[in-house]
Design a protein around this ligand. Structure first.
Ligand code: ATP
Ligand code: MG
Length: 426
């Protein structure tokens, strides 16, 4: 009979890899918590309309990447392709704006996009993201970038590049859009097919094209930076000054645009050369237009999202997987010994130790081999003789040193044992 396999573009995260995920989640929680960001958890599916309005019909995401389906009540639903739209919906729905001040939120979870799977690009992938709602202050732009940098360096990542740009406000962008269309139209036939299609729908996105011929044509294209109003230009310079004051290096890249319609002013990406063609780990920017677009009050906002699969690819290049973090491996054989070992394991766990109980009933030799592979600090051994005397053999696996002690003593000397184990784990 044929077996059922995971859907193309999805992946199982097996126990040997899950340590990296837990590490990323722990560092994210710590770094974001220290900057006073609060976690928000929104549903995995939403009304399709939310993304059509919030992400924009002209974007790749909405036009060709969404998992959209009708439920049994004939509603059009979509598996979320990104996190911002849902967070903003919740912000409006629960009147978080009425609490006044700035809301700093973060989320982590799976996202879904129908794209061509390759390394660092999946159909179900994960993002951690932040949204700062209710501040137009350039310090908010600098803060979210600083927090992203702290998160990435907190994981030990190096050689990251911050690419930084401004796409101005709506009116700057409208003028730039027209200039770009005017410049590109005579070359239309020489553009790649996608870019020809984008010429009227979403011309800024052509700057992203990977096609060489299109890129050559773009060499002489007008730059968005020549279309910034004095106000937009001022903001752009302020954020750059703040980044410089914070000691965060960046590269102004006037070709950097985002595919999402709601961005204004600041846009940025954090890239790594160690990721092949999927180089962007973190992408974000300011989106002053989104909250009102979705029916809320005019609200300034800025945020980013980090792709966790790409982050973990980088971490894996940097450090070997962490071995299991086990205190004791408990080996036993014979009816009485097995009964006592079950209780001993449970008592040790209740005092805070981690204990793996060998359930195989196989010969001691085989159980010892598994103990060696388990990553435990010590092995506890219970045979007929120990069961008889209610003792246990304690073997330190690194040195091989072994001692015999009563089960009672083992459970009463927990403080000392904990110290010994902690020292040996270092
Ligand atoms: P790309 O140009 O790589 O498709 P994007 O502009 O679609 O990126 P965003 O929507 O800004 O990406 O998402 C932010 C981050 O989420 C990306 O920089 C990337 O790290 C990650 N990401 C996006 N799509 C995927 C995917 N299909 N698989 C894995 N990670 C992804
Ligand atoms: Mg994409």
């Amino acid at each position: 009979m044929s077996t059922v396999q995971a859907i193309r573009g999805t992946r199982d995260i097996l126990p040997e890899e899950v340590g990296y995920w837990q590490q990323v989640e722990a560092v994210a929680r710590a770094v974001l918590g220290r900057a006073a960001y609060q976690e928000i958890r929104t549903p995995t599916f939403e009304q399709t309309e939310l993304f059509e309005r919030g992400v924009g019909e002209a974007t790749d995401i909405v036009s060709k990447e969404m998992y959209t389906f009708r439920d049994r009540g004939d509603r059009s639903l979509t598996l979320r392709p990104e996190g911002t739209a849902g967070v903003v919906r919740a912000y409006i729905e629960h009147h978080l704006h009425a609490q006044g001040g700035v809301q700093r939120l973060w989320y982590l979870g799976p996202m879904f996009r129908y794209e061509r799977p390759q390394a660092g690009r999946q159909r179900q992938f994960h993002q951690v993201g932040v949204e700062v709602l209710g501040s137009a202050d350039p310090r908010a732009d600098a803060e979210v970038i600083a927090v992203a940098t702290d998160l990435l360096t907190g994981l030990g990542l190096k050689d990251l590049r911050l690419e930084f740009n401004s796409i101005g406000d709506r009116s700057d962008r409208q003028q730039y859009r027209e200039a770009l269309i005017a410049y590109l139209t005579p070359y239309k036939a020489d553009l790649d097919a996608d870019s020809q299609d984008r010429l009227t729908r979403n011309p800024l996105r052509i700057l992203d094209s990977k096609d060489q011929k299109t890129q050559a044509i773009l060499q002489e294209a007008p730059s968005i930076l020549d279309f910034l109003s004095p106000d937009s230009q001022g903001r752009f310079e302020q954020v750059q000054q703040l980044l410089t004051d914070l000691g965060i290096p960046f590269n102004v890249n006037s070709r950097l645009v985002r595919g999402l319609d709601y961005y204004t002013h600041t846009v940025f990406e954090i890239q790594s050369d160690d990721l092949g063609s999927q180089a962007t780990v973190c992408a974000g920017g300011r989106y002053d237009g989104l909250v009102s677009e979705l029916g809320g009050p005019e609200t300034s906002a800025v945020g980013w999202a980090i792709g966790l699969e790409r982050l973990i690819l980088l971490l894996q290049q940097l450090q070997p997987p962490k071995p299991a973090n086990l205190d004791f491996y408990l080996v036993s054989r014979g009816d009485r010994a097995e009964a006592q070992s079950m209780k001993l394991a449970q008592s040790l766990r209740q005092t805070g130790f981690s204990v793996e109980l060998d359930l195989s009933g196989s010969a001691f030799g085989k159980q010892f081999k598994r103990a060696d592979r388990s990553g435990a600090v010590a092995c506890l051994i219970l045979g007929d003789a120990e069961a008889e005397s209610e003792t246990v053999q304690l073997k330190w696996l690194a040195s091989g040193a072994q001692e015999s002690l009563s089960q009672k003593d083992l459970l009463s000397q927990t403080e000392q044992l904990r110290k010994q184990i902690t020292a040996l784990k270092k």
